[in-house]
Design a protein. Structure first.
Length: 497
């Protein structure tokens, strides 16, 4: 590994990046990673031995990145070894959709050692060429369609290997309030952090923001400049540029890509986090320290983020200046999905005194957040309910699949539905969400009964008979997650050990 110090930080405003400095009170809510935790490599691998081998190889990179935030790494490609590529191959989903190469995981495995050796050689002598991604569209909850790019198998392998190398650097830089697509972090951790922040800090206003078409509008030139703050290895940068400009193939027609990064590509989440790390995270951290007299807390998951403020004036100023900041980097806040609302400890009291209606709600990561009070002491809290639109969209999707499976054996359909319902509950079964859990469970049961009645000419499927089938195959609705404060503080204690 070779590295040199950066001399030019003019692309973005300088901010404090010293994780060894005393943590601000806001960072306690937002879970700033300790240096001890950042030193742990938690990316998954096929075997323990492969994971240890990769971790040892990147240990020096992690330590150098942690100790010097201005270090620029000039030699990284040698970490993309045959062992790393082999591990990346086994890390891929075996049944994932194929790209334009039409090569499946099983076909590549048949001659894997030769294929990996050939791929490694092409990468290191500069003969590797990225293939266009296959563009497909998947429906969204609001009825629109999201474009997804499916990369070829070898592109997935190389991208995964490069992600592991770059994660060793950027996991030392990323802020504690960034949760999306990072090793050891999850959506529920972001939701816990947000709830704890709203309940424990002086939050009276919430900026619920959404970036309009974020992945489709990432500026390639800006992205490469931002990467060059830390990455000085031209070979790694050329690989990333190849993936960005490889284009897309839709129904056999190739189209050029001059902006954006393909959703569905292995490397896209990391590139998105790098972009927003410089464009948003460092900026908002700097803005908070310079302009916020009251409390200001931030939670971001990929391109979806929430900022809580104590004072309305500071919230409005931050929104105005954030729009200007994003415009500089080719981004735009979605007008319909970005709102500044009164939400927090004093929101319901203040609105009652003014004769206004109850505080508005906001959506974050599939849940609608609502101002509430505890039953025992009447203290402020925030409840989270499954978003109704998404719940209805999920039921519609299940109904469509049930119609396609109408004539399948009852046992087969029941086992499939059990996996679907359990998967939904695993995410949505949070405290105070029992009503939505019951609504979803009853909705699935009703859809299944309608399908069975439709295929049966005698119509002998009664609710009593259906109740027996449901109890046999479908998991009962019940809360699976602990209270946000319990899990949040438990994680802090584990990290402190």
């Amino acid at each position: 590994m070779h590295a040199k110090r950066k001399s030019d930080e003019s692309i973005v405003p300088a901010t404090s990046t010293n994780n060894d400095a005393p943590e601000a009170s806001a960072e306690l809510i937002e879970e700033r990673d300790s240096t001890k935790r950042n030193a742990v490599q938690s990316a998954r691998s096929r075997t323990q031995s492969r994971r240890k081998h990769r971790s040892r190889g990147l240990h020096g990179v992690r330590e150098a990145a942690r100790k010097d935030r201005s270090l620029k790494f000039t030699a990284l490609l040698h970490h993309v070894s045959e062992d790393c590529l082999r591990e990346a191959f086994f890390n891929l989903k075996k049944r994932a959709a194929v790209g334009i190469d039409n090569v499946t995981w099983q076909e590549y495995e048949q001659n894997m050692e030769v294929n990996i050796a050939d791929l490694h050689g092409r990468i290191h002598r500069g003969a590797y060429r990225a293939k266009p991604s296959k563009r497909i569209y998947v429906p969204k909850a609001d009825g629109r369609k999201r474009p997804i790019g499916i990369a070829s198998l070898e592109d997935k392998i190389v991208q995964q290997a490069v992600v592991w190398v770059l994660n060793a650097i950027y996991e030392q830089d990323f802020r504690g309030f960034s949760y999306g697509f990072r090793p050891g972090r999850s959506q529920h951790q972001a939701l816990d952090a947000l709830t704890v922040a709203i309940c424990d800090r002086q939050v009276n206003w919430v900026l619920d923001a959404d970036i309009k078409g974020f992945f489709d509008n990432i500026n390639h030139d800006w992205l490469m400049k931002l990467l060059e703050h830390r990455i000085g290895d031209k070979r790694i940068l050329r690989l990333i540029r190849k993936w960005l400009t490889a284009g897309a193939s839709e129904e056999g027609e190739w189209s050029k890509t001059t902006v954006g990064t393909s959703q569905g590509a292995v490397i896209s989440p990391l590139l998105a986090n790098v972009y927003l790390h410089y464009v948003f995270d460092r900026w908002v951290e700097n803005w908070r320290s310079q302009h916020a007299d009251g409390d200001a807390v931030v939670v971001r998951y990929a391109d979806d983020f929430v900022i809580g403020f104590q004072h309305q004036g500071e919230a409005e100023r931050c929104l105005r200046e954030l729009e200007q900041r994003f415009a500089r980097f080719g981004l735009e806040l979605h007008e319909e999905k970005t709102r500044l609302i009164e939400f927090g400890k004093s929101a319901d009291i203040d609105r009652q005194q003014r004769g206004d209606s109850r505080p508005e709600t906001f959506n974050f990561l599939g849940f609608t957040h609502v101002v509430a009070r505890t039953r025992s002491q009447g203290r402020f809290t925030a409840h989270r309910y499954s978003n109704r639109k998404r719940l209805r969209a999920k039921l519609q999707e299940i109904g469509s699949q049930l119609r396609k499976r109408m004539h399948r054996p009852l046992k087969e359909t029941g086992q499939w539905l059990r996996r679907v319902v359990q998967g939904w509950q695993n995410y949505h079964a949070v405290p105070f969400n029992s009503r939505q859990l019951n609504r979803f469970s009853k909705g699935v049961s009703r859809l299944w009964l309608m399908t069975l009645r439709r295929r049966s000419q005698r119509g002998r499927w009664t609710w009593e008979r259906m109740a027996h089938v449901v109890s046999k195959y479908l998991p009962p609705p019940k809360i699976l997650h602990p209270y946000p404060h319990q899990r949040f503080h438990a994680r802090l204690k584990v990290r402190a050990v």
